[in-house]
Design a protein around this ligand. Structure first.
Ligand code: HMG
Ligand code: MG
Length: 298
C-alpha cells in the first residue's frame, strides 16, 4: 500500500495572511485538533520579522503552548540564522528555509536575491547539522511569479538542487500563486527530478485557479508521496497578491483515499476541524469536500 505524508501548513501558511487578529489560544487549539485527527507533520508558525508578517508575531508563545505529542512533528519556518536560533530556543526540532525560483518574489518576500538567500541558509544548515535539527527547504514560484511571470523549469531545478545539496532533507515545491496545471507541473517536476531524488520532493500547491487537486494527482502519478495542504483551504501569501490558500487538506485526503493511498488521517474528524476553524475566522469553508460532507449531515 502507498503511504503518503501530508504536511499540514494551515497554522502557518493558512493563518499568516489573516488580517484579523487570531489569538494564540485559537492557534494552539487548531494545532491540537489537527494532531488529534491523525496529522503527523504540522507547520505551526514562522520565526520571521513581525514587521513583515504580524500574524506570526506570537511564534514563541505558540511553541511554548504546544501540547507536544511524541508522534507529531511540529516544524517552523526560519528565514535566517536569527530566526533559526530563536526557533531552537523555543524548542523547534525541525525548521524550514524558504527560497524562490524567481528574483522578483525573492526580493519582495525576503528582501534579497536568490543567491543571497542561499548564502543566508548556509549558516542555518551548518548550525542545524551541529544541533541535530532537521531542515526542510521550500522553493516558491515553481510555475510562475506574480512579478516575473512564467518561470523556466530549469530555474526551479537549480534552486531545488542547491537546497538539497546544502542538506535540506526534502524540498517542497511551491506553486505560490496557484496558476499551475498538471501539464506545467509535470514539466517542472521532470526538470527537478533530474537533479533531486523524487522521494525527497514535496508538492505545495495553492488553489487560486482551482487546479491544486489536479496538480496533487499529477504529482502523485509522477511519484511524489509528500504533499503540503491547509485545513479548510486556509491561506494566501502576504507577498503574492491575489493568491488564495493552499489546497485543502480535506480534498487531498479524499483524493488519496480514492486512490487507495494511506494517510493516517480521519477524514470525518478533519472535516469537523475545518468547519471549526472556518467558524472561528468567520470565513467560508474553502474545502469542497468539507462543504459536501457537512451538507450531507444537516
Ligand atoms: P530585512 O528587513 O531585509 O532584514 O528582512 P534585516 O536583517 O535588515 O532586519 C530588519 C528587521 O527585522 C530588524 O529589526 C531585524 O532585527 C529583524 P529592527 O532592527 O528593524 O527592529 N529581523 C527579524 N525579526 C524576527 N525574526 C527574524 C528576523 N530577522 C531579522 N528572523 C527578513 C529580512 C527575511 C527578516 C524579512 O524579509 C522577513 O521576515 N520575511 C518573511 C516573509 C514571510 O514570512 N513570507 C511568508 C512565508 S513564505 C511563503 O508563504 C511561501 C511558502 O508557503 C511556499 C509557497 O507557497 O511558495 C513557504
Ligand atoms: Mg505557501
Amino acid at each position: 500500500m502507498d503511504h503518503v505524508r501530508i504536511v499540514e501548513v494551515g497554522p502557518r501558511d493558512g493563518l499568516q495572511n489573516e488580517k484579523q487578529n487570531v489569538s494564540t489560544a485559537i492557534k494552539l487549539e487548531l494545532i491540537e485538533r489537527l494532531a488529534s485527527v491523525g496529522l503527523r507533520d504540522i507547520e505551526v508558525t514562522s520565526f520571521v520579522s513581525p514587521q513583515w508578517v504580524p500574524q506570526m508575531a506570537d511564534q514563541a508563545e505558540v511553541m511554548q503552548g504546544l501540547r507536544r505529542r511524541p508522534n507529531v512533528n511540529y516544524s517552523v519556518l526560519t528565514p535566517n540564522l536569527r530566526g533559526f536560533e530563536a526557533a531552537v530556543a523555543a524548542g523547534a526540532s525541525e525548521v524550514a528555509v524558504f527560497a524562490a525560483a524567481s528574483e522578483g518574489f525573492s526580493r519582495k518576500n525576503i528582501n534579497c536575491s536568490i543567491d543571497e538567500s542561499i548564502d543566508r541558509f548556509v549558516p542555518v544548515l551548518d548550525a542545524a547539522r551541529r544541533q541535530g535539527v532537521k531542515v526542510r527547504g521550500y522553493v516558491s514560484c515553481v510555475v510562475a511569479c506574480p512579478y516575473d511571470g512564467a518561470i523556466a523549469p530549469e530555474k526551479v531545478a537549480h534552486v531545488a538542487a542547491r537546497l538539497y545539496e546544502l542538506g535540506c532533507y526534502e524540498v517542497s515545491l511551491g506553486d505560490t500563486i496557484g496558476t499551475g496545471t498538471p501539464g506545467s507541473v509535470r514539466r517542472m517536476l521532470n526538470a527537478v527530478a533530474a537533479r533531486v531524488p523524487v522521494n525527497c520532493l514535496a508538492g505545495h500547491y495553492h488553489d487560486t485557479y482551482g487546479m491544486a487537486v489536479a496538480n496533487v494527482h499529477a504529482s502523485y502519478e509522477f511519484g511524489l508521496r509528500v504533499f503540503d495542504s491547509s485545513v479548510a483551504g486556509l491561506g494566501g501569501c502576504p507577498y503574492a497578491r491575489g493568491a488564495t490558500g493552499n489546497v485543502a487538506t480535506e480534498d487531498v485526503v479524499y483524493l488519496l483515499n480514492g486512490l487507495g493511498a494511506v494517510t493516517g488521517v480521519d477524514l470525518d474528524a478533519l472535516v469537523d476541524c475545518g468547519a471549526w476553524i472556518s467558524a472561528q475566522l468567520g470565513r467560508e469553508n474553502g474545502s469542497r469536500v468539507g462543504r459536501a460532507v457537512l451538507s450531507t449531515r444537516s
